[in-house]
Design a binder for this molecule. Structure first.
Ligand code: TXA
Ligand code: MG
Length: 355
């Protein structure tokens, strides 16, 4: 068991003295640090500290061929970790960074192969959160996966960070809840056309607009089926899975909510011998509650950012409810909705009912 030190910090106005102290304790000491980002909490170590990087895999119980995202705070860092980037890369990145978008680029050979899982590429992003930006300014680029034990939902609130990381990571920086709640969008720019490897907080529609070209969206990026291609190693692993079995009730059209809720109720009836909970939007929950069905609200159907922000919290809550099954509503795959559906489908291990 590691003696974890905790630093509490204001996310929007971080105390310089605390940041300085964290920086001092991390630099040159093979320290692992849990820090907030705008998406989810990350478990980081300095990119060129192989010993600390290896600790990340042990702490997370992460397969060693599942590569890490490198977090940077300025463009100078980019050249420390990547080889040749596409010509117009800086112009594109300037429009989206800092922000929840990770680019796959050619790796510089100096970057430890432990970070890239042996691939010739690296994943890089500049997070839109004052705490990691200041920390990275001081320490240098940090390689960091999400700060959960492998297979569990990513932590978005300090409580979940403590549950997974206390006694494992050297330092935890507690800066309250993260802003967005689902991880960054990952796009591979080493192929033409670019390929979406993971939908995330930055909508793919926005990405297409900025890149000025089409993006390939493979089935595994929608959360439909596993990928076996070497370029998306992370997609092979079980992700976002609560212990409770989940069934996702999907419709191709959620406009007629009355019809949709009737279909969900039918699914619930099929599980009548089970202890169940329905995970529903605020709008539809009313219908289920009127029927005295056990329901938990995830957010408003008309604000998918609220659903995204609560998603991993609700998935963890479901495990504490003592139910045999969670019947989860689906949402339109528009904007951040694609990321929500990707995470839900994976959490259900593709147990999907189409209505
Ligand atoms: O929002 C986020 O992206 C959060 C915060 C902490 O930044 N990080 C995060 O990291 O979600 P992680 O490790 O949970 O997911 C990283 C994903 C993995 O699925 C991994 O396979 C993929 O990035 N990845 C990393 N390097 C890659 C590479 N060179 N090629 C393809 N995929 C890569
Ligand atoms: Mg993760």
């Amino acid at each position: 068991m590691v003696k974890t030190r905790v630093f509490r910090i204001d996310p929007l106005n971080p105390d310089e003295e605390i940041l300085k102290q964290c920086c001092k304790e991390i630099t040159g000491r093979s320290t692992t640090v849990v820090f907030p980002t705008e998406t989810v909490y990350g478990l980081g170590a300095y990119v060129f500290d192989v010993h600390a990087i290896k600790k990340i895999f042990t702490i997370k119980e992460r397969p060693i061929d599942n590569p890490l995202i490198i977090h940077i705070s300025k463009f100078d860092h980019l050249y420390e970790v990547t080889g040749d980037a596409p010509n117009n890369f800086k112009d594109i990145a300037k429009k989206l960074w800092p922000g929840p978008i990770t680019f796959i680029l050619r790796k510089r050979k100096e970057v430890p192969h432990e970070i890239s899982g042996g691939l010739p590429t690296v994943a890089v992003r500049m997070p839109a959160h004052p705490v990691p930006l200041r920390l990275i300014d001081c320490i240098g680029p940090l390689a960091a996966p999400s700060a959960n034990i492998s297979g569990r939902p990513s932590p978005t609130i300090p409580h979940h960070v403590y549950v997974d990381m206390f006694g494992r990571a050297d330092i935890i920086i507690d800066a309250g809840e993260t802003f967005l709640g689902v991880e960054s969008t990952i796009v591979d720019l080493t192929t033409d056309p670019p390929k979406l490897l993971r939908p995330g907080s930055l909508p793919v529609e926005k990405l297409k607009e900025i890149l000025g070209k089409d993006i390939v969206v493979p089935n595994f990026a929608k959360g439909l089926g596993e990928s076996d291609i070497a370029l998306a190693p992370g997609t092979r692993y079980r992700h976002y899975a609560p212990k409770t079995p989940i069934v996702v009730v999907e419709s191709s059209d959620y406009r007629d909510l009355k019809e949709y809720t009737n279909s969900v109720v039918e699914v619930v009836r099929n599980y009548s011998t089970h202890r169940y909970v329905i995970v529903a939007s605020r709008e539809t929950a009313k219908e289920y509650e009127a029927l005295e069905l056990n329901t938990v609200v995830i957010g408003s159907r008309y604000n998918l950012y609220e659903i995204a922000k609560n998603l991993f919290k609700v998935l963890r809550d479901v495990d504490r409810m003592g139910v045999d099954i969670a019947i989860v509503e689906g949402f339109p795959e528009i904007g951040i909705g694609l990321a929500i559906m990707n995470r839900l489908r994976k959490a259900s291990r593709f147990n999907i009912v189409k209505v």
